[in-house]
Design a protein around this ligand. Structure first.
Ligand SMILES: Nc1ncnc2c1ncn2[C@@H]1O[C@H](COP(=O)(O)OP(=O)(O)OP(=O)(O)O)[C@@H](O)[C@H]1O
Ligand SMILES: [Mg+2]
Length: 299
């Protein structure tokens, strides 16, 4: 697959990231702080899966990953391992650091300390190598409203220097259930249709890993179910690893093979729901597990 290039095309999509731009932004100058050594672990927690440097199956490997904005630490010494084929759900309330963590994985914001490897590559040093292999559904997808769904996806393919992409575009539109409206202007799309088009855009580049930030935001129950069903099929049908963020427990518990619970930038726990149930002595119920970790940390 061709590398994702920077896309300083002048006029951008109508809002937010999207239409191929999300991964082309590079690192913002505000984030250009020098990397500092990782601080030692402070609070004990259950997020103890060690970051091993040697495994070929780890799609994401983070060690001591930290992000500070001024004096505020918004991602705090995060050690994390995500395996190939996982659907990994980042859970946490508003402001917990989910999006910031994803942005560090993508090389779109620099860590203040620690390290991360995505498919063995360092997004700080080799952002294009990472970006060429991953897809990112941003919190607010933007598309060109005066282009059709088909044209928006074709434009993304052009930006990515893909050739003979017609079939690919049709395939992903079919996958997300938008074939019948492929020729409709995106300005006439509903929120749910846009979100599905966002997923199609992520998939059209044939990524190995997809990052979905709040993929069901603003969707009605039918839209949520459709999106969840699509996400569940990605590892089996397309060999993908999925990392998604959400503050909706019931949603994550429906699709995630493993979860990470974030609170104020700290990863309180990571593992499958069964593993976390084993550790806590609770039923395999994500809501109970989540409450347990939150209550424990607040004490
Ligand atoms: N560019 C920035 N400059 C300063 N602070 C920031 C910046 N981006 C995020 N933050 C802060 O970092 C913290 C974590 O934000 P983040 O967006 O990662 O949370 P989140 O878990 O994705 O929340 P939400 O569920 O609302 O999307 C918040 O306190 C936020 O105010
Ligand atoms: Mg967020």
């Amino acid at each position: 697959m061709d590398e994702l290039k920077t896309t300083d095309e002048g006029s951008g999509p109508e809002n937010g990231a999207g239409a191929g731009e999300a991964l082309g932004e590079g690192v913002s100058p505000r984030d250009g702080e020098a990397l500092k050594p990782s601080s030692p672990h402070s609070a004990p927690n259950d997020a103890e899966t060690p970051a091993k440097e040697d495994s070929s199956e780890a799609v994401i490997l983070a060690a001591g990953l930290t992000k500070r904005y001024g004096r505020e630490t918004v991602v705090d010494n995060l050690d994390l391992r995500i395996e190939r084929g996982d659907i990994f759900g980042f859970l946490g309330p508003n402001g917990a650091g989910k999006t910031t963590t994803l942005l560090m994985f993508l090389g779109l914001t620099l860590p203040s300390a620690g390290s991360v490897r995505v498919l063995g590559e360092d997004p700080v040093k080799e952002p294009l190598k990472v970006k060429s292999q991953v897809g990112y559904l941003a919190e607010n997808m933007g598309f060109y409203g005066d282009l059709t769904a088909y044209e928006n996806l074709s434009y993304v393919c052009e930006l990515n220097k893909m050739r003979d992409y017609g079939e690919k575009v049709e395939e992903v539109l079919g996958l997300v259930g938008l074939s019948e409206v492929a020729g409709k202007l995106v300005s006439e799309f509903s929120r749910g249709m846009r979100q599905r088009l966002g997923l199609a855009e992520v998939l059209v580049k044939d990524p190995k890993v997809v990052f979905l930030d709040e993929p069901t935001l603003g969707l009605d129950p039918d839209g949520i179910n459709t999106m969840l069903e699509l996400i569940t099929r990605l590892p089996g049908e397309r060999g993908l690893t999925v990392i998604l963020s959400s503050h909706l427990l019931y949603l994550v518990s429906k699709v995630a093979t493993r979860v990470g619970i974030l609170k104020k930038g700290k990863l309180l726990a990571q593992g499958s729901i069964a593993e976390l149930a084993g550790k806590t002595g609770l039923e395999a119920d994500l809501e109970a597990i989540y409450t347990y970790y939150f209550r424990g940390e607040a004490a």
